[in-house]
Design a protein around this ligand. Structure first.
Ligand SMILES: Nc1nc2c(ncn2[C@@H]2O[C@H](COP(=O)(O)OP(=O)(O)O)[C@@H](O)[C@H]2O)c(=O)[nH]1
Ligand SMILES: [Mg+2]
Length: 167
């Protein structure tokens, strides 16, 4: 067999409601576009095989009443993506999420600046400067972005594994 053995990886998505977490997971997992907003209740799962990794995607509800679940549900994640819709108002609240959650040893944190197609969206560089974490632009309702999103995911997992094996 070519390549290394298949490894399992858990990756989680957190962020405020309606920023596009379920859309990203659906894009990766089902090759589909989420057209109508349907609030996620608690937790939704996706799955993706990328490179040598079998990745479980944890899509975690963003509403205030679900935030008490975030820490427990994300436990053991190699990567946590914090998703923003790239608006100013959302970024202010996302900064609080970064301060509160982006400090788990062993987990790699990245930002997705989603909804780059909307007028007035802050670009990934602006989002990165404000939040202080590596940021990738995304349009989760564009099927053509699936490959780019899979690549972001794979590189983040590889970065995490490399860092952990150096510790
Ligand atoms: N214009 C635009 N709409 C998006 C994008 N990503 C998601 N949406 C829409 O935003 C709404 C909320 O998306 P959803 O994935 O359910 O958000 P979640 O609450 O974070 O899981 C849905 O109506 C999606 O169709 C995007 O990149 N651009
Ligand atoms: Mg959702």
């Amino acid at each position: 067999m070519v390549g290394g053995p298949t490894q399992h990886a858990k990756v989680s998505f957190i962020g405020l409601p309606a920023v596009g977490k379920t859309s990203i997971v659906t894009l990766l997992s089902d090759n589909k576009v989420v057209e109508n907003y349907q609030q996620t209740i608690g937790l939704n799962f996706g799955f993706l095989s990328v490179g040598d990794y079998e990745v479980s995607l944890f899509d975690i509800a963003g509403q205030d009443r679900f935030q008490f679940l975030w820490r427990g549900l994300t436990r053991g994640s190699k990567v946590i993506f914090i998703v923003t819709d790239s608006t100013r108002i959302n970024l202010l609240k996302t900064k609080e999420i970064v301060q509160k959650y982006a400090n788990v040893p062993g987990t790699t944190f990245k930002i997705i600046a989603n909804k780059q197609d909307l007028p007035g969206a802050l670009n990934p560089k602006e989002v990165e400067d404000f939040l202080g974490l590596k940021t990738y632009g995304m349009v989760a309702i564009d099927l053509k972005r699936k490959l780019a999103m899979s690549k972001i995911l794979r590189e983040a997992i590889e970065e995490n594994i490399l860092k952990e094996s150096n510790n």
